[in-house]
Design a protein around this ligand. Structure first.
Ligand code: ASP
Ligand code: MG
Length: 373
């Protein structure tokens, strides 16, 4: 399984580079999962926001996204432009029709119907382009196999149906191109798996097919021990254990989506993170029985954190009983706890105030504790 993210399809040159990577690495018995081109998902989100705010500018905004794809098509195709343009137009027209006729007020539902075209369009372009360059392939609509519930924008997978569908639809094809990030409900309504969800899609396909390996092609040399936009002396990790990779992804190393690793770990499928600019370099491998190499600390930068310091108001200590009360409140106010430290009479917590619920939380905590924010 190969996964190409937005940066690897951001313009015509990038798409040409995919061809190079495929020819270098081989593409037989390969399923290729691709994200939307460059910043398309953000642009389509903007379309949805304008529409939702009753702003008619959603139309020119959507047309801009269409134009951006046309430009890439113009650069990539000489003859045969008609076929690919027609297919791309169908997706844009469908989204436009949907918005013009929609009467449902559910933001997340609208979001999924519109934002999903990013992946449908990018995979269509890449599929036609590589076919023109002698890579015969089958374009697979991921919505026919990835089946989810109705939790729009962050849909949960129905594993059983999905695994069966994938096996059925993939069988007999050597090279397939499909979309990351998107799926559909049992009655065929489009859903999405959460931002940056294409890695997860690749893992789902890999699990279903008991793939030999998954390779995520990135604009970085592999998994580094810190975000290169934050640190200038990062080190490439040659290999990581599944456990370490899960922890890194869960706590915010954006190089891999957190839901990706566990399905791979379950079947012992190795994951490679490699540079699409230098496909000959080994990058990072994540697999069974290997330890972090080189053995260096890994850093994750978290912004907008709130530090709470609690101490008891009377002569009591902070022990299991009040800690469990404190955590019940964090759960209630949907705070994500990033780090904790406790002593006999004080308790410090670093939390992410995602839903802006710090005021009522502090008010409630203050009934029992002295609270410093
Ligand atoms: N295109 C989607 C996003 O930007 C999914 C992905 O790139 O993984 O979030
Ligand atoms: Mg992306």
């Amino acid at each position: 399984i190969f996964k190409f993210g937005g940066a690897s399809v951001k313009d015509a040159a990038s798409v040409i580079n995919i061809l190079r990577v495929l020819k270098y690495n081989g593409f037989e018995n390969t399923l290729i999962v691709i994200s939307a081109m460059g910043k398309t998902t953000n642009a389509l989100e903007q379309v949805v926001n304008l529409y939702y705010d009753n702003d008619k500018h959603f139309i020119p905004e959507l047309e801009n996204v269409r134009k951006m794809h046309y430009q890439i098509i113009d650069e990539l195709f000489k003859e045969n432009k008609k076929l690919v343009s027609k297919k791309v137009d169908e997706f844009f027209d469908e989204a436009l029709n949907f918005l013009n006729n929609n009467s449902v007020n559910d933001y997340s539902f609208i979001y999924d119907q519109v934002v999903s075209i990013g992946e449908l369009v990018s995979t269509s372009i890449v599929s036609y382009f590589v076919a023109n360059n002698n890579i015969r392939n089958t374009w697979l609509d991921a919505r026919k196999c990835i089946k989810t519930d109705y939790y729009y924008r962050d849909a949960n997978l129905n594993w059983e149906t999905t695994l069966n569908n994938i096996k059925k639809l993939v069988d007999g094809n050597s090279t397939l191109i499909s979309q990351g990030f998107i799926g559909s409900t049992k009655d065929g309504i489009t859903t999405t798996l959460g931002r940056e969800g294409s890695d997860y899609s690749a893992a789902i396909f890999a699990y279903a097919l008991s793939a030999d390996s998954v390779t995520i092609w990135k604009d970085v040399p592999g998994v580094l021990n810190g975000d290169p936009s934050q640190f200038n002396d990062t080190i490439l990790l040659n290999q990581i254990s599944y456990t370490e990779a899960i922890e890194l992804a869960f706590y915010g190393a954006s190089v891999i989506h957190p839901k990706t690793i566990q399905p791979l770990q379950r079947k012992g499928i190795p994951l490679f993170v490699k540079s699409f600019e230098n496909p000959e370099n080994p990058g990072t491998s994540v697999s069974k029985g290997q330890v972090l190499e080189p053995y260096v600390p890994c850093y994750i930068v978290k912004k907008n954190q709130t530090l709470l310091n609690l101490s008891t108001k009377d002569f009591s200590f902070i022990v299991e009983e009040n800690i469990s009360e404190i955590f019940a409140l964090f759960h209630h106010y949907k705070m994500r706890v990033e780090m904790i430290q406790n002593s006999a009479i004080s308790f410090s917590i670093c939390i992410f105030n995602k839903y802006d619920t710090i005021a009522p939380l502090v008010e409630e905590l203050s009934l029992k504790f002295r609270v410093k924010v």
